[in-house]
Design a protein around this ligand. Sequence first.
Ligand code: FAD
Length: 403
Amino acid sequence: MKKRIVIIGAGHGGVQAASTLREDGFAGEIVLISDEPDAPYQKPPLSKGYLQGKQTAQAILFRSANYYDDNAIDLRLGVRVDDIHPKEHQISLSDGSKLDYDYLILATGACNRMLHFNGQKAEKVHYLRNFADAKVIEEKIGPAEHIVIIGGGFIGLELAALAVEKDKKVTVIETEDRLMKRVLPEALSNVFYDTHKEHGVEMLLGVSVVDIIDGKKVKLGDGKELETDLVLAGIGVIVETELTENSGISFDNGIVVNTFQQTNIPNVYAIGDCANHYNPFAKKSLRLESVQNAVDQAKVAAAHIMDKPIEYNAVPWFWTNQYHLKLQMAGISFGFDEAIIRQSPKPERFSVYYFKEGQLIAVDSLNRPADHLNARKLLAAGISPTKDQATDFDFKLNDLLPD
Ligand code: FAD
């Protein structure tokens, strides 16, 4: 008999797993443990609504206050899981207690990569990962006049856009020679670069930060120094090894899982940012850092526990909002051999279609939500337009989908 499922982490994956288990009729105990003190909330709105003052803390909660009680989900906030003892089917918590489980789901996410100089962690640099970080940034950003943001990726640029909207002077420093280079083609990087510049952001590309003094002076590799009131950084995330290192759970840049989200240890699953899985769309093992991935993998783990296994085979998708620019990505463009632009008659509205050996593998859509939705359907169905069809704005890509 299935008695107790313990879920570690009450972020996008953890909350979804708990909800799906209940919706699918799991009648045993569900314990949902979070080391954060706050009721479970969504992360994307931290940089897309909350810090702009457009959404309240209440508005970004996943569920109403009574949801967890009503669904007999034992939500334990502000307590960390320190150790996993698979042989005993038990975990140790930071409050000194131990808890037995029949099934364990690790939904522990990732944490910010921190800047280090001369072997020391840089002091007075602020990162955005959770609600507590957002509260600190909210407080610091108010009085700041000049904000230096290290990292021209999604989070750094969303922070830049929201700081500009608050009339701050903003400098973005990026080591690569263009923005979001790891994930975007030049055409898209350029639109974002131009838009940030138009909003007055100072962009320093192809330059590294070599030291930060007291959060007030940023020293660059080219010898320049910037005076600032606030340093923010968004330089990627890593998965902590602490929780799993003595447990025997396989770890390789993340917790290694199979296509049902199972780890190498019986009855232990991992989902979301922390899970290193073979992705059928990328055709390689990787971790994805997206809401979609966390939510879909939660459903896969829940289904497996409920003896209705489904393999993880969801189309990856992601989005970022900066000013009026809404970029939505479907599929994984890694390894593409040709990228084709489908330009709408209006400027700043186009999609990039990525092909590998003639097959569509990903689509990035700028201010073209219909293209994005359509791309997800095409990719899920394994249907590829020809390159001519993709380029021809008058050709209806919808027509390729079965009725
Ligand atoms: P999380 O949601 O990070 O949840 C993990 C939870 O586990 C955390 O609360 C953590 O504190 C807790 N935890 C960790 N270890 C322990 C432990 N030992 N004991 C107890 N609790 C523990 N994705 C998108 O798709 N689109 C976006 O636009 C987007 N924007 C983002 C903006 C910001 C500012 C941030 C920070 C992220 C954004 N993401 C976005 C990424 C997205 O939020 C993550 O991919 C998603 O949250 C992953 O879900 P998860 O459940 O794996 O981890």
